[in-house]
Design a protein around this ligand. Structure first.
Ligand SMILES: [Zn+2]
Length: 184
């Protein structure tokens, strides 16, 4: 393959599953935003990437999704270095109704097909599992700006991004820190 002459992007593209998981985490009420799962229309948009059909999600499905979302939020909100085994166990328990089987289609082709449980919850569990298996779960984090706390996917090579957007949250934080230093 020919080498590209354009400058190499600092951040790789974010996988679709990661985008969907981040959107799910950000559907919670935070900042001035209400819970997107409270309205059927916005809930359907959040859940579509996980297999929600054109109809509205049922109350039972939304209850399950809220529970899984709060498990996932506890995982991403835990401070670095903290033992998260209990949180992963909680998620495993929550996802226990979701079952998959390996389906071999042709030599070299295998995929997991869901055989039990809510299909949308299965889609969420599958997306999280793919991130974990790829070693990319730790890229899902909450913005360091306390007024934001938006979830984001850190696609930087160094995995050290702290803000969901440097422009919106990073600069403001830097400016505030600079002002505080000058005042003291
Ligand atoms: Zn932010």
């Amino acid at each position: 393959m020919a080498k590209t002459t354009t400058p190499v992007a600092r951040e790789a593209a974010v996988p679709a599953g990661a985008v969907a998981v981040v959107d799910l985490l950000n559907s919670r009420a935070h900042g001035s935003l209400g819970d997107k799962l409270d309205a059927l229309e916005s809930a359907a948009v959040v859940l579509r990437p996980f297999g929600q059909d054109d109809g509205a999600p049922s109350a039972a499905r939304l209850d399950l999704v809220r529970a899984v979302r709060s498990d996932l939020l506890e995982l991403v909100a835990a401070p670095d270095g903290e033992d998260r085994a209990g949180n992963w166990a909680a998620l495993s328990g929550r996802a226990a109704s979701v079952t998959f089987r390996q389906e071999f289609a042709a030599p070299g082709l295998v995929q997991l097909r869901q055989t039990g449980g809510d299909p949308v919850v299965g889609g969420i569990v599958g997306a999280v599992a793919a991130l974990v298996a790829a070693g990319d779960w730790s890229r899902v984090r909450l913005c360091a700006n306390d007024h934001c706390r938006g979830a984001f996917y850190d696609s930087s090579r160094s995995r050290t991004r702290r803000w969901h957007s440097y422009e919106f949250c990073g600069n403001r934080t830097n400016v505030a820190a600079y002002r505080a230093r000058r005042q003291s």
